[in-house]
Design a protein around this ligand. Structure first.
Ligand code: MG
Length: 158
């Protein structure tokens, strides 16, 4: 495993996101289209997505911004705008397009869908952010993008 991929997985874990959490979302998106899809297939697909350089860069950038905001390191007003996850901010949904764009239209439509339904870990991150316990303004969208890309990958391989 490349060392950058190892770092990305470690940083996700430090922020409360395990590969298996993302794989469970992928399973939920894809199980109905397969005769027998396993959680291992989903873990494998997520792991492949996280191996890509663009994805690693997006993960590390998102976490760096969220952590800087938690420490109030950015200038105002942008620190508060990101911390409050202002619905008109929107830049947190643009960064993950660097991931989704690699995996095509199935990834893109699932990305929009996950942002609405907030399955599993996505909902947990959103809740922690709303309670102001942590800032996950960027990370929740990155998780949506990795899950939807891993789902698209499975769909195309079928
Ligand atoms: Mg967000």
């Amino acid at each position: 495993m490349s060392s950058l991929k190892t770092i990305a997985i470690k940083r996700l874990k430090e922020r409360g996101v395990e590969i298996k959490d993302i794989a469970e979302i992928v399973y939920k998106l894809q199980y109905k289209y397969f005769d027998k899809l396993t959680i291992e297939d989903c873990i494998d697909s997520v792991s492949n997505v996280i191996a890509k350089r663009e994805v690693i860069n997006a993960v590390l950038t998102a976490i760096a911004i969220d952590e800087a905001v938690e420490k109030n390191l950015l200038d105002e007003p942008i620190n508060s705008i990101i911390k409050n996850d202002d619905s008109l901010y929107g830049i947190d949904e643009i960064l993950p397009l660097s991931i989704v764009n690699i995996y095509g239209s199935i990834a893109f439509t699932n990305f929009g869908y996950l942002d609405k339904v907030k399955y599993g870990i996505i909902g947990k991150l959103d809740k922690l952010g709303k309670e102001k316990k942590q800032c996950h303004t960027f990370l929740d969208d990155i998780v949506c993008a990795i899950a939807s890309s891993a789902a698209s990958r499975l769909a195309h391989k079928k």
